[in-house]
Write a protein that binds this ligand. Structure first.
Ligand code: IMP
Length: 200
């Protein structure tokens, strides 16, 4: 069974291929020759993920999933949330985004935050949502060189290192995205089993 991941992000495509294994043929947007940018202007992660998946499903009729992720802080009522990529402007500059979060948090003691990934799947014409969350703390200065985005200021609960100080493999076992992808994998595997097929 072939399924489209509505993304051209090489890093994510590798990660999800790793999780899904060989039972599925995974195609990226460039594999199906879709070059235009897909609008991401909804006010919730769920809305963005669904609108990307629907856009590709309407264009191709194929089974498809799309994801959207945000950093949600307690003290800022969930910001940057759905605005995470462009929090400090259209240039999507990760350092500027981090500076903006740190300056809005100021010296507040409540540093609780979470990364949340939502995956929208359109499968056999039905829509499904999967969520992955990792909770943690925002520290006040950047640490580490790995990862991307807000990783240098986020320490997941139960760990001492920021995501940017961890090996990618370690981050990938506990990350929001890995947890959401894992739920997608379970769903698709369940479908395979209940239909008594080796592959779907
Ligand atoms: P996307 O939906 O995966 O493109 O993520 C939107 C934005 O959330 C990114 O541009 C990053 O700023 C942030 N983000 C998503 N995932 C991560 C992560 O694993 N670590 C740090 N920041 C992330």
């Amino acid at each position: 069974m072939t399924i489209v991941f509505a993304s051209n992000n090489e890093h994510k495509i590798r990660e999800i291929k790793n999780i899904l294994g060989n039972s599925f043929t995974l195609l990226s947007l460039s594999d199906i020759n879709i070059k235009e940018g897909i609008p991401e202007d909804e006010s919730l992660l769920e809305g963005n993920a669904l609108s990307k998946a629907r856009y590709i499903h309407n264009a191709t009729g194929m089974n498809v999933f799309a994801d959207d992720t945000g950093l949600e802080t307690d003290a800022l009522n969930g910001l940057p949330g759905v605005h995470s990529a462009r929090f400090a402007g259209e240039s999507k500059d990760p350092s500027a985004n981090i500076e903006k979060v740190l300056s809005l948090l100021g010296s507040t003691e409540n540093r609780k935050a979470r990364f949340r990934t939502v995956i929208a799947l359109i499968f056999e014409k039905k829509e499904y949502l999967f969520e992955g969350i990792v909770t943690g703390t925002i520290i006040s200065e950047k640490r580490g060189k790995e990862g991307f985005g807000y990783d240098p200021v986020f320490i997941p609960d139960g760990k001492k290192q920021t995501f940017a100080e961890m090996e990618l493999d370690e981050k990938n076992t506990i990350s929001h995205r890995a947890r959401a992808f894992e739920k997608l994998r379970e769903f698709l595997n369940q479908y395979t089993l209940s239909n008594n097929k080796e592959t779907i």
